[in-house]
Ligand binder design. Sequence first.
Ligand code: GLY
Length: 378
Amino acid sequence: MTDPTPVSTTATTLHVGGASPYDVVVGTDLAGHLPALVGDAAERVALVVDTRLQPYADALVETLGEREVLVFAVPEGEECKSVEVAAEIWNALGEEGFTRSDAVVTLGGGATTDLGGFVAATWLRGVRVVHVPTTLLAMVDAAVGGKTAVNTDAGKNLVGAFHEPAGVLCDLSYLRTLAGEELVSGLAEVIKCGFIADPEILRLAESVEPGTLDVDDPVLRELVERAIRVKIDVVVDDLRETGGRDGHPGREVLNYGHTLGHAIEAVSGYSIRHGEAVSLGCVYVAELARLEGRIGPELVQRHRDVLGRFGLPTGMTGPSFEDVLAVMRVDKKTRGSQLRFVVLDDVARPAVLAGPSEDNLRAAYAALELGDEAPDQP
Ligand code: GLY
């Protein structure tokens, strides 16, 4: 097979160990790495692409030489994550005689990655998939770790499978396709990684002039690589989220800020960006940890400062506590009847807080509404 596009030499390769090892390649102009990740055995490639990114598909297709490429342009964002869209692709794969040695490639944000990963996980009980994430959120979170899903009437991401990719290409050039707010939204997940595992991420985020952080900035690349390393370390230890070791929450740690974040997204009808909801959720769990006597006010303020300096929200007036609590109680992160939150005992010292008092839950929420520290409970 001819693989015509040269491979970039400035890429960083981050290895993901475990039972199905793979590489995450980070850099710019990485299309030339695709054929090696797709593998020689694949005669056909199903390229699942967010319809808005179709103009970028040709450059990837060109690298695939003589392989037959079936392009599936899917609806933008979460719209694509339906059983119907997956079924359309399954039917087409059937018609084309897509075999177990063929491969799926995704090009898009986290929703495209989730859908394409789900199709790859389910077609013939699992074919190779390579993710080419185009958003910061997808690079540092969705594309790594093998979670795939579609949405159903029962809820978001409730139907899915663990299916690790054969490789991930994080080509930072795609970040130019993002509106500024989308880049900032992705930074919430990066900063989350700083709080749960890598203080250097916080120091970098605190040192950079927020308005100047663009795609060519080496600091952005370092932030991305560090956040991906955090995710890799977590998923290698606890791929299936069954629990961590030595008091570490395991993969659940990635949910820092997400219990409230998901509830705010749901109550807002998904009109708020994921990263903005996570930002609010991180401040919320920091307030909760303070109220539980785990951290001091300085660390809560550090959350507000570092998230806020990028324009991420750290306070809000909005849905009532009762509405948000009701959603949190049915979230899939709840186990049994107990609400669970990942909290900190310090930077990079995460723990699970199960069943906090409703008084503290409410007081931490009030602090978000005040945009300030919550008063202590009597
Ligand atoms: N997005 C959270 C996880 O991958 O577990």
